[in-house]
Design a protein around this ligand. Structure first.
Ligand code: GLY
Length: 371
């Protein structure tokens, strides 16, 4: 079923349809104040572990904790250092220790308040501690709202690569308070727009056109279009996850731009690029690759590049060594053996997964990108 929105109310609710594991996504301004009431509606839990990072905790931790306490929860708070390095074994073990120390039992609820790092880490802790606790995603970054908080992918990084350890563990509820985007550093907000553009290219030409019509106004989270933007992305993500929860086919379309994107993040040492920025560069590469091997029309390729540039997303090839990038792509977990497989566009709104491309073309398209 395709979902189309012409008018989105300020606050919106969608369902991720997974049978008895279905869950709602609430999106809109001011929702953090309803976190406690909505968590209470899940039943059973009296204690919750509110996991955040130090930046988000400082900005929104108190409001979230107060809402939970007002609803009758006993709240334990944990704040990990901000940044990708927290998504590893050390912070995971620290969270386990805190949970054991406070005798958290299986009835406890974990609440992930933050961006993708917090959501993935807290979600993986919830998937594994005492063989699984229920958890709630309360994303505070654009990237987490439109992508990582929905769909149940949780995990941590290994020194050899990102997300190499993880589990599918669906949240019981997603609550995206779009007011939190106003306190997000501008660069982080803009980088989240990469995943937004991705949805248009992979699944919804009409949404892509809506993004083009909104144009530069989307650069501002207070600009008015953000509620509809989050709702439309979540509708696409919910539809895809509902059809293919475990990524046995369709869900792989969400990896558009990610094969090269992950390689760019790795070669950059996980510090040079935010995830969304690396995905934008990966999408620019995938767009050019799609023209070469899938006959993606040139005018549509230019529309994709123009939109990304309007949204201040990077599209120019960084000066990285091809052999190093190629090696980084080989250890991407979505590759079978060392052959990278790409999601490539046939037209705006339709992609093909599992595309293998000759070594010569992979390198020539990279070298052909504007630097
Ligand atoms: N972020 C890709 C997925 O959830 O499948």
């Amino acid at each position: 079923m395709r979902l189309s929105y012409f008018l989105i109310p300020m606050s919106h609710k969608l369902t991720v349809d997974l049978g008895d594991r279905s869950y709602p996504i609430y999106m809109g301004p001011g929702l953090l104040g309803r976190l406690g009431e909505l968590c209470k509606g899940l039943g059973r839990a009296e204690t919750c572990l509110l996991i955040s990072d130090k930046n988000v905790d400082r900005l929104h931790g108190e409001a979230a904790a107060m809402s939970l306490e007002k609803a009758g929860f006993s709240v334990l708070r944990a704040a990990v250092p901000a940044g990708e390095t927290s998504k590893g074994h050390d912070q995971l073990c620290a969270l386990y220790e805190q949970a054991v120390e406070h005798r958290l039992d299986r009835s406890a609820l974990i609440v992930a308040l933050g961006g993708g790092v917090v959501g993935d880490l807290a979600g993986y802790m919830a998937a594994t501690y005492l063989r699984g606790l229920r958890f709630v995603q309360a994303p505070t970054s654009l990237l987490a709202m439109v992508d990582s908080s929905v769909g149940g992918k949780t995990g941590i990084n290994l020194p050899q690569g990102k997300n190499l350890v993880g589990a599918f563990h669906q949240p019981s509820l997603v609550l995206a308070d779009t007011d939190t985007l106003k306190t997000l550093p501008k660069r982080e907000y803009l980088s989240g727009l990469a995943e937004v553009v991705k949805y248009g290219i992979i699944r919804d030409a009409e949404f892509f056109q809506w993004l083009e019509n909104q144009g530069v106004s989307l650069r501002d989270p207070a600009g008015g279009g953000v509620e509809e933007l989050v709702a439309r992305c979540c509708a696409i993500k919910a539809e895809v996850v509902g059809l293919d929860e475990r990524e046995s086919g369709l869900r792989a379309i969400l990896n558009f731009g990610h094969t090269m994107g992950h390689a760019i993040e790795k070669v950059g040492g996980y510090g040079a690029w935010l995830h969304g920025e690396a995905v934008a560069l990966g999408m620019a590469y995938a767009v050019r690759l799609s023209q070469t091997v899938r006959g993606f029309p040139a005018d549509e390729a230019e529309r994709a590049m123009t939109l990304m540039q309007e949204l201040d997303l990077p599209v120019k090839r960084p000066a990285y060594d091809w052999p190093e990038l190629r090696k980084a792509m080989a250890v991407d977990k979505k590759s079978s053996s060392s052959i990278p497989r790409f999601v490539l566009a046939d037209r705006i709104g339709a992609v093909t997964v599992g595309c293998e491309v000759s070594e010569e073309k992979l390198e020539a398209v990279w070298n052909g990108m504007k630097s």
